[in-house]
Design a protein around this ligand. Structure first.
Ligand SMILES: *Cc1c(COP(=O)(O)O)cnc(C)c1O
Length: 486
């Protein structure tokens, strides 16, 4: 590892001095209260311009992204983000406008949002779209608040239970809880699908709704979806569709047709915005007409060719974010949809599903496949056999780093032991898939020969195995002089 920037610091070495930004000491004393003034100069690294360039360039290469290699992260579609999106999002008419500008000066931006809403409604089979939520989880919360408000409007205050399958993405029960619901869990049956008989036992006059991902997190299409929808609707509940990963259904099937009342999409996953590390995102929701009065404000409307933001909606849940959402992500999604076209989007699903099935069929003799002979856009294998030989799934994931791949999602969904959830996406070539398959098979051979070697991986990365809990709870993000004084 190269030296930290503080370690190469030499007294009075300078890159470039921005004289004009300096405030004279006397002036500063006039402008700011005493307690805001530095007693001593900040301890910054004293380095040359070349040192700075090398430092940041080196740091940038430590990140792994879709642009650096294969990233088969199940349930978090990491697919290629076409660069044309970036170009369109950088147009000054999009990038340099301000939310407080008069509507008459941003008609193009409003029209883009209006037309994007139309496309998303068409893709999902819903009547109306609300673009404001800025992440999948926030879309879930907004959608659940809509469901809650609807029941309250109907005078059904007792409807306080949301049903989630045991394979659900963690955000589903979390969003339900934060929206004030109690959560009931419905078990998966031996085929990895919602157990319809148990669902029948769970519904009642307190059912607010069911949250479902379809295809579910095992990568399987819930075949009984029409019956499931009818059970929930007959009980007076509503159906929520978690469409974070819509790569299997684009142009093929629509949540609206399956009977869902509310859906969210993750534009940053399915509709190609670079994402990760917590943002940025866009999680618009789609609703059936009868729920439209409740969505967050503002909504974008059109009258006689003029587009405007409508805030005058008395039954709305209010705002879930400032203004109308993460605008430049909406621009990227719009560019993506237009550049793909309807047929292109349907091809995305065909290829995403084909790629996943190809990989599944070439891995299943080596890794256990607990559910399903066929899959949709992703699949779940288990490392139980490998664990018995001495190296568990975490070690397989770490070993993949040595071979230059981002590991798949591991230990999720919870219903599969030693789970590895793989989503190759439509964008990858057969050669890439073959290479990754070969590596996963090779790691299995390595475990057979010498599991310890795999257990000590990664061998090639800047840092080895992190204490992930500690890294998240007590991160050390700044240089400390205490032990490293110059
Ligand atoms: C990613 C994901 C979410 C959450 O989306 P965020 O934008 O990360 O909040 C919800 N559900 C599923 C199935 C997901 O894959």
């Amino acid at each position: 590892m190269s030296k930290l920037i503080f370690e190469i610091s030499r007294k009075d070495r300078r890159a470039f001095e921005l004289l004009s930004t300096r405030i004279e000491q006397k002036k500063a004393e006039e402008l700011f209260p005493e307690r805001y003034l530095r007693k001593e100069p900040a301890r910054l690294p004293e380095v040359s311009e070349l040192d700075v360039v090398r430092h940041f360039t080196e740091l940038s290469t430590r990140n792994f992204g879709v642009d650096s290699g294969f990233y088969p992260l199940g349930s978090c579609t990491m697919k290629y983000n076409p660069k044309i999106n970036e170009k369109v999002a950088s147009y000054s008419g999009f990038a340099n406008i301000h939310p407080y500008q008069p509507e008459s000066t941003v008609q193009g931006a409003l029209r883009l949002m209006y037309e994007l809403s139309g496309s998303l409604a068409e893709i999902t089979g819903m009547d109306k779209i609300s673009l404001q939520p800025s992440a999948g989880a926030q879309g879930e919360m907004a959608g659940l608040m809509v469901i809650k408000k609807y029941h309250e409007k109907m005078g059904e205050y007792q409807r306080n239970k949301i049903i989630c399958p045991d394979s659900a993405h963690g955000t589903n029960p979390a969003s339900a809880a934060i929206s004030g619901f109690d959560i009931l869990q419905v078990k998966s049956n031996e085929r990895g699908m919602v157990d319809v008989d148990e669902l029948k036992r769970l519904v009642g006059s307190d059912t607010a709704g069911l949250m479902l991902t379809n295809p579910n997190t095992l990568g399987l299409f819930e075949e009984d979806i029409v019956e499931i929808a009818s059970i929930i609707h007959k009980a007076g509940g509503l159906l929520y569709y978690d469409g974070a990963n819509a790569n299997a259904i684009l142009g093929k099937s629509r949540p609206g047709d399956m009977g869902f009342d509310v859906v969210h999409l993750n534009l940053h996953k399915t509709f190609t915005t670079p994402h990760g590390g917590g943002g940025p995102g866009a999680g618009p929701i789609g609703v059936k007409e009868f729920l439209y009065p409740f969505v967050s404000v503002p909504v974008i409307e059109e009258k006689d060719g003029t587009y405007y933001l409508d805030y005058n909606r008395p039954d709305s849940i209010g705002k879930v974010k400032a203004f109308y959402g993460n605008f430049l992500i909406l621009v990227r999604a719009y560019a993506y949809i237009l550049s793909m076209g309807a047929e292109g989007l349907a091809d995305v699903s065909s290829n995403a599903v084909l790629n996943a099935n190809y990989m599944l069929s070439r891995l299943k003799d080596v890794y256990d496949v607990p559910f399903g002979e066929r899959c949709m856009h992703e699949f779940v294998i288990s490392g139980e056999k490998q664990k018995k030989m001495g190296a568990s799934t975490i070690s397989i994931a770490k070993r993949l780093l040595d071979y230059g791949y981002h590991p798949p999602t591991i230990y999720f969904p919870l219903v599969v032991k030693e789970a590895m959830m793989i989503e190759p996406t439509e964008a990858e070539s057969m050669e890439t898939l073959d290479e990754f398959i070969a590596v996963l098979r090779k790691i299995n051979d390595e475990i057979e020969d010498n599991p310890e070697e795999v257990n000590h991986s990664p061998h090639t990365t800047v840092v080895g195995r992190l204490d992930e809990v500690k890294a998240a709870r007590t991160p050390v993000v700044k240089y400390s002089f205490e032990n490293n004084d110059q």
